[in-house]
Design a protein around this ligand. Structure first.
Ligand code: AVI
Length: 322
């Protein structure tokens, strides 16, 4: 499970070339072949992901936003007054603003993101919109442990906001580790508000990850473009076909790149052969049930307090407490 510990959508993530190469090499030498999905998000990949979020077939972003529009007030009430709200992500989304607008006298808002530039520009905009909230950005990889800032007002408790169903890009063992780090970070009295994509008709999922305009296909192939550029490789993008596959046992969508012919690719001087039909798994996106996720979270020390969903039960936002 090469991508297990690192599957978050980390916009602007720019690793040391050596680390990138090692992870690519390790993934392509493993069976089945994999590439880590965190590398999707270079500048072009981030733009393509934004375009995916607008697609008619990709219900995820729209549905979560609809839930937030309807229930942000109740969510803020459950989180409670005086919180230090820590968001996993830069806080650039409308969802963040919906929540911040409803919180009762938050002690601070702490967006955590690996991309410093993005983090600083969204924090500046939030400061203008919410002058009464202390905004304390932290540039860090939230899949690793990091230190929390100390706000000028002492918080009553800490809560993590983790929207976007990014947790779905973690294999269950890694998701479980991630939830444990959230428990440690928040401590006693802490909470978690998290967006989780739900299990549904596989046909709906297949369309969401293989859209009619080919945007998801371009997003997937862009990973090869990035490897060509940053690791001196010669992938022919058109020689790999985008495929999505729903694994009904693991309840996960897999995105794959399938070799259209027998071919050899060179990456940093090293050759990798691909047979026709051979695939590289580039992403897993797990779909949960509310009960299943609550079980996973309870093993990590979090108890489900409330869940909100849309009318078609496609997506859920869960409030859990330590
Ligand atoms: C970032 N993440 C939650 C998206 C998902 O749905 O798993 C990434 C994505 N991959 C293809 N489309 C969107």
């Amino acid at each position: 499970m090469a991508e297990a510990s690192s599957g978050a959508a980390q916009i602007g993530f720019s690793p040391a070339a050596g680390v990138f190469y090692e992870e690519v090499e390790q993934g392509l030498r493993s069976s089945p072949r994999t590439l880590p999905c965190k590398y999707f998000y270079d500048a072009q990949g981030s733009q393509l992901f934004d375009a995916i979020c607008e697609l008619p077939e990709y219900y995820v972003t729209r549905t979560e936003l609809e839930i937030m529009r309807r229930h942000a007030g109740e969510m803020a009430e459950r989180i409670g007054p005086g919180v230090m709200l820590i968001e996993y992500g830069s806080g650039s989304s409308v969802k963040t603003r919906l929540l911040l607008s409803q919180l009762d006298r938050p002690a601070a808002y702490v967006p955590v993101d690996i991309s410093g530039d993005h983090l600083l520009s969204t924090s500046e905009r939030l400061r203008v919109s919410y002058p009464q909230i202390e905004i304390l950005p932290v540039c860090a990889d939230f899949t690793e442990s990091f230190a929390l800032p100390r706000p000028s007002t002492r918080p009553t408790h800490n809560a993590v906001y983790f929207p976007g169903s990014t947790i779905g890009n973690f294999h269950p063992a890694a998701a479980s580790r991630m939830l444990r780090t959230i428990v440690e970070l928040c401590g006693c009295g802490g909470g978690l508000l998290i967006g989780v994509d739900l299990q549904k008709d596989p046909a709906v999922l297949m369309r969401a990850y293989d859209d009619s305009q080919g945007v998801t296909a371009a997003f997937n192939q862009n990973l090869l473009r990035r490897i060509n550029r940053e690791l001196d490789a010669n992938f022919e993008l058109d020689a790999f076909e985008h495929q999505s596959y729903y694994d009904t046992e693991s309840h996960r969508i897999e995105m794959r790149l399938v070799s259209r012919c027998d071919q050899a690719v060179t990456i940093g001087g090293e050759e990798f052969g691909f047979d026709r039909g051979e695939s590289i798994r580039t992403e897993c996106s797990y779909k949960h049930t509310v009960e299943g996720f609550a079980q996973l979270a309870s093993e990590a020390g979090l108890a489900l307090r409330e869940s909100w969903t849309d009318d078609d039960e496609r997506f859920a936002v869960l409030h859990l407490v330590v």
